[in-house]
Ligand binder design. Structure first.
Ligand SMILES: Nc1ncnc2c1ncn2[C@@H]1O[C@H](COP(=O)(O)OP(=O)(O)O)[C@@H](O)[C@H]1O
Ligand SMILES: [Mg+2]
Length: 277
């Protein structure tokens, strides 16, 4: 069932489509931030949205999430959707399980069934034993796993992720990538992942879209074989193309920058690859 993001009335679904956005425009105080964005996402497609800071990525995501109705254009999205932000946005005075099921109606099965659903989602992110903990006792990675559980429990047809791993350390990020891949394989929602990490986009997505100053400058399928390997020539070629589109000049200098999260991650993969196979 599809609905306009800024309306509550559901309209008939275009089968197999999770996002149909056409000519989306948004301005703030007379400044055009989105300048006519067209974006279609299929029902089980994973799209990475890349762009430099301030290009309108979060603005677009918020519109698709129904969190900002003040746009022009047409946006159709499913009614069941969930948003995960860079910060987990857990309510500190509610325990973990209560945070996961927050705002959900009890439905036919009552409170017990709701609790069971919440616990199941927590189990899927490996945190069932933390159900009765307070959010502030969790690590950053654990908090983001709770945020994923809170999204999952809504059985979203569309998951909107706004730099969900941006604040995590490199090793936690690797684990989160694997977890997200498992969850997506099992539940098959459509996903829009906002990231400024090109490697993260290529590792996880089916398609990469680059937003440059409020317009889609590149929209490409990611044709890299699974399991994806950063040293695969197709990976390297696409990385260079995306970096160029993002205006990053120092493509060749990249491997020497060992302090970035991606480089630590590459190093980790190179050293410990065997133990994962
Ligand atoms: N509520 C708002 N009021 C005024 N300006 C905003 C608002 N939200 C976003 N902007 C501006 O719109 C531009 C794009 O923001 P955003 O979508 O957050 O960028 P990104 O997520 O790509 O970094 C920025 O210049 C930002 O300052
Ligand atoms: Mg943003």
């Amino acid at each position: 069932m599809m609905t306009r993001a800024n309306e509550v009335t559901p309209i008939n679904s275009t089968l197999g489509t999770a996002v149909a956005a056409s000519n989306v425009q948004r301005s703030f105080n007379g400044r055009d931030v989105l300048k006519g964005v067209n974006l279609t996402i299929k029902g089980d497609e994973f799209v990475a949205l890349l762009g430099r800071s301030g290009t309108g990525k979060s603005t677009l995501l918020r519109i698709l999430g129904g969190l900002d109705a003040d746009y022009e254009g047409d946006v159709l999205v499913p009614q069941r959707r969930a948003v995960v932000f860079q910060e987990s946005r857990l309510i500190p005075w509610q325990r973990v399980l209560a945070n996961v099921v927050l705002g959900l109606g009890t439905g036919n099965g009552g409170r017990a069934a709701l609790k069971a659903r919440g616990l199941e989602a927590l189990g899927e992110v490996g945190l069932a034993e933390h159900a009765h903990d307070w959010p502030l006792t969790l690590s950053g990675g654990e908090s983001q796993r709770v945020a994923l559980a809170r999204a999952l429990v809504r059985e979203p047809q569309l998951m909107l992720l706004d730099e969900p791993f941006g604040a995590l350390d490199a090793l936690t990020r690797i684990k989160m990538h694997a977890l997200l891949q498992r969850l997506c394989a099992r539940h098959r929602p459509a996903v829009l992942l906002v990231t400024h990490d090109v490697d993260e986009a290529i590792l996880l997505a089916d398609r990469a879209v680059v937003l440059v100053e409020g317009e889609i400058a590149l929209d490409t399928r990611i044709d890299v074989e699974h399991p994806r390997d950063r040293s695969d020539p197709a990976f390297v070629e696409l990385r260079n193309r995306l970096l160029k589109e993002l205006g990053v000049q120092e493509v060749d200098a990249r491997p020497s920058l060992l302090h970035t999260a991606s480089d630590v991650e590459t190093e980790f993969n190179n050293r410990y690859k065997q133990s994962f196979r």
